[in-house]
Write a new protein. Sequence first.
Length: 317
Amino acid sequence: MKVQRLTDEVLEIDIKGIDAPIANALRRIMLTDVPTLAIEKVILFQNTSIIQDEVLAHRLGLVPIVADPNEFASIEYDSTNTAVSEPDEYNTTVMTLQITCSVNPNASLAAPPHIAYKNDTVYTRHLVWVPQGDQEKRLRTPIRPVHDDIVIAKLRPGQCIEAELHLQKGTGRQHAKWSPCATVYYRQMPHIEIVEPFTGSEADRLVKLCPMGVFDVEDITSMVDTAPANSQKTAFVARPRDCTLCRECVRDPNDEPRIRLLRHRDYFLFTVESSGSLPPEQIFRRALQEFEAKAKEIESSMDIPRYVTPICAEDAE
């Protein structure tokens, strides 16, 4: 593995020596099996906005939350998807939303809404964390939305929203709101072979043909009797990972047999885009741990006798 780029929200990493099923399993685990914290229950005490209660609750549920899921236990459910364990300070935390829109007495009649009214727009920054029990001391980072400028609703004078939000731990397999990733995708590393060299003006032409700048030109000096004779420009593959296999370089029938466009079957370029609830490197690391746990579970379930004596027809009768 080799990390190519790492930011607060994006991880680009190369992985060699695996097959496509393994790569896709890792991708799916990052999307559906890495737990996060999300708003699971919305208790509305007052909602006089134009947004229906169920739509408002849905919008709140999709707000990404910054929290360490390892500091919370999971709510247990039975076969009918009914919660078995009761909410407490170890599996649930609480946020509140209380906001009322009013007229700004200092604004002119021609002022736009954001000046004419106070609290005309409900943002995620209006969500207030209310620690339960000893959460304020126990949790290493305060619970908060990833972004404080996500629009939740629009209000007009006299309208208000008052709600209590219960945040719980879950995975994207239960609901997409718990997925820590905006998206995860991979592609195989391009493998480009120049079968017949492009030299001189042809080398310059090949460089201009590629819209992604995959090819470059170098001067190669030929040797005659161990002494430099002359140099000529020759095209070579400089940046293979930038290739999108658009086939512009082989669109000319005369060029097609001179270049081979292939892919490495065991070389994958992963891109992990986080929703912000977890850093992308943590998502990848926890996905590997989950992958290992799943592999061990499969291995343990296969500890059965290799040969099983079949039940004969007489015994079955």
